[in-house]
Write a protein that binds this ligand. Structure first.
Ligand code: MG
Length: 258
């Protein structure tokens, strides 16, 4: 009897393996499938934002003021490969790598203005994709989400793959938009266990889109979020997503450590 059960198990495993190979042509396909399984496709109500500007207050650390990017460096100690446009916008250059702050931050209030290209190229996640990685680990998605269907937990102002924004407050491509982010860093115990998870509140163009939500761990395209003990302050970065022909621009970036 034992032999029959063992034989059945072996057969089942072989069949599963053959099916898995038949299902996915290659490793990348299987990764894509795992990533797709965590996408949530739903419609987020649209809200038309009002017009406003937001200058840095007196106690803010200005990270970018339209003239120089000396507050940042590139990956692996490289120089910043992004460019400053004639209008003062700091624009991604494909393959230039992420824009990383020299300073480290934990709890903070962060103001960021971004602009996706006026001429729309690509669709879904390929339209003006960037991201603000708080502490280098927790992404608030930056994307052209104006009439651009994609999975809702990956659209603009999502806590990537964790929290769908309450509404879609996106402006049209080519217009400046703003995020105001209030972030509380996670707290860890001496032994490495999580004491308090991170939380975040986000206003998109002045509209509340994330209301003190709990971050479940580092955000990732494929992997499930799992906290790992880290320092109480870390550099944040702006993502170079590496897409063709639709570079993101930033201006007026300031931060107030809390
Ligand atoms: Mg992104």
């Amino acid at each position: 009897m034992k032999k029959i059960v063992a034989s059945l198990l072996v057969c089942t495993c072989i069949t599963m393996s053959v099916n898995a190979q038949a299902k996915y042509k290659n490793y990348q396909d299987s990764i894509n499938a795992v990533a797709a399984a965590s996408e949530i496709w739903t419609t987020v109500r649209e809200v038309k934002p009002g017009k406003f500007i937001n200058e840095a207050p007196s106690d803010a650390i200005v990270l970018y003021n339209g003239r120089d990017f000396s507050a940042f460096h590139g990956r692996d100690g490289k120089k910043v490969g992004w460019k400053i446009d004639p209008d003062g916008a700091l624009t991604d250059v494909k393959g230039a790598g992420d824009l990383i702050t020299n300073q480290s931050f934990g709890d903070c209030q962060l103001h960021v203005e971004f602009r996706t290209p006026a001429s729309v190229k690509g669709e879904g996640q390929s339209r003006g994709n960037s991201g603000i990685y708080l502490m280098g680990l927790y992404e608030i998605q930056v994307l052209d989400s104006y009439k651009n269907p994609t999975y809702a937990n990956g659209q603009a102002a999502a806590v990537y793959k964790q929290h769908i924004p309450l509404v879609n407050a996106s402006r049209e491509p080519g217009q400046w938009q703003a995020y105001d982010i209030i972030f509380k860093a996670p707290v860890f115990k001496e032994n490495g266990e999580l004491d308090k998870p991170a939380t975040v509140t986000v206003l998109h163009n002045g509209v509340l889109v994330q209301n003190n939500v709990t971050i479940l761990g580092p955000t990732d395209w494929v992997m499930k979020p799992v906290y790992k003990k880290h320092a109480s302050t870390l550099p944040l970065f702006f993502q170079d997503h590496g897409d063709d022909g639709n570079p993101i621009s930033y201006q007026n970036i300031w931060i107030r450590p809390l």
